[in-house]
Structure formats: C-alpha cells, structure tokens
Write a protein that binds this ligand. Structure first.
Ligand code: FES
Ligand SMILES: [Fe+2]
Length: 382
C-alpha cells in the first residue's frame, strides 16, 4: 500500500468522539478485500437474493457472491436452498442462467444429475459404457455442497462458513425492534424492482445509508418535508444501525388513494419510518404501508450493485389499478437513491488520498456510521 499515516484498527474501535474511520486499505486494496470476504461476508449472514426471484418449485438462480458461484434453488417442497454452483465430478459450473428446472439439475459436462434438494441421483456411464453405478462413486457422499441459508422478509441470507449463530439469534435485536412488522409482505411487481450500479466499495453505501446528516444537501426534496431535526439515530452495537423519521406522511395521490397499512401497529408508526442497515450488506426501510430492501452485491472492492425491491403491507396494494401509485412510489425512492450516488462514488475517489486518515466522526451526527465501522473493524480484530 502507498498510504502514509494509516491508522490502525484500534483507532476505529475507540468511542465515536475519539475514533477514526476505517483506513483507506479497506476501500481500495484488493488484499484487504480478500480478508474481508472471509471475515465479514462468509463468517456472517450476508444477503444474496430474494425469494420472489425463485418463486416456484424448480426456480433456480445462479449468482456470484464475491467470486463464489452460488445456485439458489427452490426445491419441490418449496424450501429455498443455496448450493455451491459446482458439479461434484469435475467441477463444472452447473447453471449459468436463471431457469425453471423441470426434473433434475443436470451438469452439462457428463450429465451427473442432482435433485432440487441437492442429492446426486444419476451418474450415467460412470462405471463404463452402459453402467451407471460404480462402487467408488458413493452418491450419498456426492450431493451438492449446500450452505446454511435463511429467508427473512423475502431476503435470502447465507452463512458460508457455517459458523455463525442461527439467523434468529444473529438478527435478534432487529427482529425484536420490528416484531410488529412480522406480517406477510407482497412484492409490488416489475416497477418495484430496480438496480443501481455504483463505482464504490459496498461499505460506503452502508455508511451513507446509516446517517441523516447529509439530508439537507444531498436530498433537498426529501428535506423539505422530512427535515434533519425530524430524524433520530438508531444504534445497536455489533448488529445494525440507521436512522428514523418522525414525519412519515406519504402523499402520492390527489384522488385520495393510498396503500393499506400493516395490521395492529403501534400509533408511533402513523408518522414514523425507519431505515436500518443490517450488517453486513442489506439496507432496509420500513413504513406502515410498505417496506423496501436494498441488497448490496459487491462485484469487487470498488464496484457494487444495489438491488432494490419494494414490498407492500397488503395484497390490495399490488392490484393492477394501484400500479400507477406503486410506480410513483418506486420513482420517489429511485430519485432519492440516485441522489446518493455521487457521494458514495465521491467518497471512493476521496479514499485515493494517501494522507486520508480514516476521517473524523461528528459525535452528534455520525454515531450510526461509526457503529458500522466498529463492527467491521471488530471482524478483523476478533
Ligand atoms: S463435471 Fe459435472 S458431470 Fe462431469
Ligand atoms: Fe441519502
């Protein structure tokens, strides 16, 4: 690295008033990104997809998670499973396009076939022409490698190392905080699904999402009805952080139509909404009538895809006649997220500054961001 004055991670682990941020290497150095893959993404519960994209038994979706080829499959029982997308024979990639698997997952190379639950079930000619078994090929030992996975609010999480506590324990504090919202959600459809490609390290998207400090300058439109002083910080050390507003009041339709609310919410939610980053890579928004999730897919240490999906509280909100309202809501969110692009990309560029020392946090305004830095640094020092 060509840095000077690089603060060590001990500085990040200080209280917010005296802490520095993560060193530049955590944003611009491929080697550090390699360690981060193991310590941050593989050792924890990371988001890799959405249940709606494997909607039916047999739906299969290949994806690359920091270079690791995954195959997300909904099996015949409706269970979502996440496999390594690699054949157990000679390591051929199994699927390269999303598809509906009719019978079995067939390797295109020598046609070993796996059930949707990952069991190796046929091995043609493996014992010689016309002989489909061999004593050395023990099928029950050669199923697809499956990773621990969990679906919450339609978000598919994986723990690649297999060492993390159960998801319910990992996300316990957030599940508790939002337990009132433990209700069915309904994806809005095509207009409620979009992605943004940003030229920055994934962490900068988290850091920016956590804080409301930038609101007056980056989101003047939003700030006109949901001002800086209408926001509060949310900080749960070692788990999540973000911000909330106390003036959520959607005005989407002149004719008086609106989206129906979740059932039995506390009166607080009449006007509150919360925006929380569940570490490492999912950004969540919750409102009385809809939710959204932004899954951050790091392509490498300086390129990230933000997958945005919007869900509604009631089926009545996803009908065709509400399509224009959903479109409006999606456009509103998209415009807000687009406003953030130049700052997350700008921070990436700024981190090429060889004398940047990780930066200084405002104790009053940057605590949610520091909470995230502290969590990341703790993964490296644990
Ligand atoms: S590599 Fe898959 S069957 Fe040979
Ligand atoms: Fe923003």
């Amino acid at each position: 690295m060509n840095e000077i004055n690089t603060p060590c991670l001990d500085h990040v682990l200080q209280p917010v008033a005296t802490a520095k941020g993560l060193p530049n290497a955590h944003y611009i150095d491929p080697e550090t990104a390699g360690s981060e893959r193991e310590k941050v993404f593989f050792a924890n519960w990371a988001a890799v997809g959405f249940g709606k994209d494997v909607a039916e038994p047999g739906s299969a979706l290949p994806m690359e998670f920091l270079g690791l080829p995954l195959l997300i499959v909904r099996d015949d029982d409706g269970t979502i499973r996440v496999f390594q997308n690699t054949c157990r024979h000679r390591g051929m990639i199994l699927m390269e396009q999303a598809a509906k698997v009719k019978g079995v997952i067939r390797c295109p190379y020598h046609s070993w076939c796996y059930s949707k639950a990952g069991k190796l079930i046929t091995t043609p000619h493996v014992g010689g022409p016309g002989i489909n078994v061999a004593p050395e090929i023990k099928r029950d030992e050669l199923g697809l490698i499956e990773f621990k996975s969990h679906v919450w609010n339609d978000i598919i999480f994986v723990n690649i190392s297999g060492d993390a506590p159960a998801f319910e324990e990992y996300a316990h504090d957030l599940l508790q905080r939002w337990r009132e919202f433990d209700q069915p959600i309904y994806h809005g459809g095509p207009e409620s699904s979009f992605k943004l490609e940003v030229n920055c390290n994934w962490k900068l998207a988290v850091e920016n999402y956590c804080e409301s400090y930038h609101l007056p300058w980056i989101h003047p439109g939003l700030n006109s009805y949901s001002r800086l002083e209408d926001h509060y910080h949310i900080v749960q050390p070692d788990s999540f952080s973000g911000q909330g507003t106390t003036v959520y009041n959607p005005r989407l339709d002149d004719s008086g139509r609106s989206f129906a609310n979740f059932d039995n919410l506390d009166a607080k939610w009449d006007t509150s909404a919360e925006y929380i980053a569940l570490y490492p890579n999912v950004l969540l928004g919750i409102h009385r009538d809809h939710t959204f999730a932004i899954l951050l897919q790091p392509l490498d240490h300086q390129h990230t895809i933000e997958h945005i999906e919007i869900y509604y509280a009631k089926k009545s909100s996803i009908t065709t006649d509400m399509g224009d309202l959903r479109q409006k809501n999606a456009e509103l969110w998209k415009s807000v997220f687009l406003e953030d692009v130049f700052v997350v990309e700008g921070m990436q560029k700024g981190r090429q500054g060889i004398r940047f020392d990780g930066g200084k946090f405002s104790p009053a305004m940057d605590e949610p961001t520091h909470c995230f830095h502290h969590w990341v640094a703790s993964r490296f020092t644990a």
